[in-house]
Design a protein around this ligand. Structure first.
Ligand code: DAH
Length: 355
């Protein structure tokens, strides 16, 4: 028997006796590695005559085939054995205590956005969105805001660039322009979203939420605006009667403009909406200014309509008795647990799921 044959038999025996995949890996190198049995034998070919070369080469190839097959069979067997052992060890222990399970809560702001969206969608409004980082043009200029308007002041607005061309939108009103530029009238949309102003106290936070409304068609007038808001407020606060008043106001993007107050009273330390002789401002609105329509490529001689902007956080505070606006944004889990909504326990006037 040649040395090669002897070594081969030894390695076959070693392989046969191997107990685990580490041992098999070592044998793999001894057989097929750079300085393993097969390669070393191939190296001998160089010094042989053509005839012997042919003979030895076919011998080595045969040995290589035989060893490869043995090797693969062994490796496969060992993998099966190792998996079996692992599965045996990993048996579930049903006596272990269960993992703690916590159900998340829906933030009051998300809840109120859902409620408002479902109320408006029932009367034909669709939902639009716009970017938080907005251009000065859409946020102010296209909305007919004059160059020297106080809202444009650095103290009020978070500008993103030195040239004051990009900013964090100060209101959701730019979505009006974006929506109109993107489509053809009629438009009947709401746009909820985050808005930003440099302000912070118990009733103001640098980031807050608004909901924009826009209804443009050939014959829309202030009566429609009044009817729409009246319906919305009743549905939102789940009351049959409300006291509502339109107070003349000014916004550059509407003419005429108004602010809407609702009547309320305090009873047993709680706020009761819809009764009493106190007034609370809840939104701004008006008939869309012809310049805004022109900037949005809508013909003001043919189309007109109303717009409104509602402070979402304030509505959430009123409806759910939350006193401090800042707590909305502090990410305190205890607060969310108390004021948040159970995703499976949906309030009665929330119609998003039952539709
Ligand atoms: N954008 C206004 C603000 O942030 C709110 C507003 C007033 C929106 C009148 C409107 C509107 O669409 O018609 O104070």
């Amino acid at each position: 028997m040649s040395d090669f044959e002897k070594l081969k038999e030894e390695l076959k025996d070693k392989l046969f006796k191997a107990q685990n995949s580490q041992e098999v890996d070592i044998i793999r190198t001894e057989i097929f590695g750079k300085n393993g049995l097969i390669n070393l034998e191939f190296k001998k070919l160089g010094s042989l005559s053509p005839e012997d070369k042919k003979k030895l080469a076919s011998e080595i190839n045969r040995a290589k085939q035989e060893l490869t097959k043995l090797f693969n069979d062994k490796a496969e067997k060992l993998v099966d054995v190792e998996i079996d052992e692992k599965v045996k060890k990993e048996k579930d222990d049903v006596t272990l205590p269960e993992k703690e399970f916590r159900l998340g809560k829906i933030h009051p702001v998300s809840q109120v956005i859902d409620e408002i969206s479902s109320i408006f969608s029932e009367i034909g409004f669709s939902v639009e969105e716009g970017p938080d980082v907005e251009s000065e043009y859409y946020n102010f200029t296209a909305l007919n805001t004059p160059e020297n308007h106080p809202a444009k002041d650095m103290h009020d607005t978070f500008y993103i660039d030195k040239n004051m061309k990009t900013l964090l939108r100060t209101h959701t009103s730019p979505v009006q322009v974006r929506t109109m530029l993107n489509g053809k009238p009629p438009f009947k949309i709401i746009a909820p979203g985050r808005t930003y102003r440099s302000d912070s106290d118990q009733t103001h936070t640098p980031m807050f939420h608004q909901l924009e409304g826009l209804h443009i068609d050939e014959n829309i007038n202030m009566g429609h605006l009044k009817g729409c808001l009246n319906y919305f407020i009743k549905e939102f606060f789940e009351i049959d009667k409300i006291k509502m008043r339109f107070r003349p106001s000014h916004f550059p993007f509407t003419e005429p403009s108004a602010e809407v107050d609702i009547g309320y009273k305090i009873q047993n330390n709680k706020i009761v909406i819809g009764e009493g002789d106190k007034w609370l401002e809840i939104l701004g609105c008006g008939m869309v200014h012809p310049n805004v329509l022109k900037n949005s490529k809508v013909d003001p001689n043919k189309y007109q309509g109303y717009a409104f902007g509602i402070g979402i956080d304030r509505l959430a505070m009123l409806k759910y008795g939350i006193n401090d606006l800042r707590s909305f944004f502090e990410c305190d889990y205890r607060w969310l647990n108390y004021y948040g909504f159970d995703p499976l326990d949906v309030p009665t006037n929330y119609r998003g799921l039952s539709k």
